[in-house]
Write a protein that binds this ligand. Sequence first.
Ligand SMILES: [Cu+2]
Length: 161
Amino acid sequence: MISVGKKTGTLATAAMVLVLMTAPASARGAEVTRGSLEPFATGIGHADYGDIEGHATMIRAASGETIVLVTARGLTPGETYGSHVHAQACDNGDAGGHYSFGHAVPGGALDGSEIWPGPFTANAAGHALGRTVVGATAGPTAVSVVIHAPGGAKIACADLG
Ligand SMILES: [Cu+2]
């Protein structure tokens, strides 16, 4: 089983993944951006995470909600990872800081203004699934998804395009 963390159940996630896999990008007015997870440049604090693979997807739904899904492999089994939508591309200052709506939105993280598909915990195979739904449409600077190691180091990133 993939660990899905604290939020809703696996059925809802399965339904979202199914929609994701079957719908064209423009279906029902949704805008879909996605990208492959790549490890940040190997270095101090990153060397143990060079094998991370996966994908991140953001769906700006016609309903006005934004859905973010992250799948990752190559994680440490049982370890919990943070993950956020960031406001710069992966190769621009290591994706910079967190994307923020600038005000609280339904389902938002931290003070309600951010989009966090994590934290999530890797299963025994080192796989994890993170996702979140917020009740507002992400702006144009919501351009990347970062995975953080325990302790906060940025270890992998996907550009949403
Ligand atoms: Cu982050």
